[in-house]
Design a protein around this ligand. Sequence first.
Ligand code: SF4
Length: 501
Amino acid sequence: MNRKAVISPPVITPSEVPAGAFMLSGGLAARGIEAPIHDLSLGFFRWLFLEHAPEAGYTNCLPSIEYLISPETEFYNPHKHRSVCGVLQSVLKSYSRKFPGWHLSLMDSIPPGVAHSPSTLIALARGGSTPFSGYLNRWIERTRGTFDHALISLAYLSQLPAAVETAWLLEQAGIRVTVGGSLVSALRDTGRGVELLNGCFREIAFDDGRSLTGVDEPFLSKVEWPVFAEKWNYFSSRPVIPFPLTTGCTWNRCLFCPDRNKPFMNVPVDNLKKVLAGAPDNPVVHLIDSAVPVNTIHELLPLFKEKTSGFYGFARPQGDWLRGNLLHDMAESGCLMLQTGAESGSSGILQRYMKGFSPDTAQRVIASVSQAGIRNYVYLLFGLPGETEDDRMQTLELVRKLKGKIDYMNLSIFNLPEKCELTDRAEEFGIEPGEYDSDAPVLRFYRPFHSLDGSEPRTESRDFLKQVFRPDPAVGPILKATPRWFRAGHMALMEKQGLYR
Ligand code: SF4
């Protein structure tokens, strides 16, 4: 027998089906191979909040879960959303306390000991008393005998502790385990320490899924609605379906991008039609592209309007979005939110790192998105090598000019990828990549660096954010409105004055 199952270990925010597991199972389904999705992150949180919490006498989570699945109104109310998430987080905190050194949240799991150390994770998994052990043992007991080959899909480091334990328990139960997904390929291609995973997993697959089919064609060339092992019961008011229109990136030139070697491909749009044909009612499509392609979106608007109750995704703020009535047509067809990578208000910084748009264009795109009635979630990046106080002030100025037009904001501080063009050309950009103090055998995606001119853009940015940027009257209200938990998916479904879709 060779019955397969696709497993997505905790922790991933349980608001939508994990994209990697969904595409793997959907691609196998399109080739006649049934491999039901077991979303153990959703399973773990449901078990914790709805079974374990009442038994252990924690705060009653039921009303919070009910609200997230079925708010009284069409969209989430920001205040209510914040308070129900607070209840869930407090239960997670109380539960974590039973496991010394562990920290769990709705989107992360941090084990005790050295960070990202596979040997520590193996020891914890074999010890059998992690926050996941109780749930995983029950799940294996329940599903034992329904599959012989587990395909563990890994997308985030937050899944790794539970993935190591899941693989160990499945192998103890005599089940073959293969591990793959974007995390393992990213570690091999752009990180460090992938060989350490050999101690955690016997079989690792680095390809896009095609080795499971025996046919050498791009895996996403065929996808349809997959089979689920459990009922669809995500913590979301509408079913959110992840789907990429492309793999790789349409732009592919930013110098600090670790993903530039990913092969580019347009995913056939027919696949989206097939996926939507099997989806639950009123789906919202989460476009998971690195940068949503403008032309394809235009072509898909009739499909979105007819078959979905909305869509959202990442956009480079390039001038193409301003063509004709595109943004208004998108709003009419259900576009709920664009996540815009504006990154900096300094044209010098954007040019230096080959972002391919100017701050003026980004400003016009964001303003037009808002005017069209689409929510704006703006991403800003601070601390790039060579960034000065003047550059940072220009970013603040950009936000000030957009007052009232930005709904949510994501602020990050630059990390130097282990591998990218900037790391290769470090000296040209005035930096020298370094090494971490510890040479412990751990997984790494980033390296420390120092600037040759003595400046410290990361530290300076941190101070700037704390002392100048966050307290600014143009910024504070946006940060206050940005939900801390269930980010993108629920932001697209959050009520906003004047918006009705
Ligand atoms: S737009 Fe994003 S994914 Fe594309 S090259 Fe730039 S950083 Fe990379």
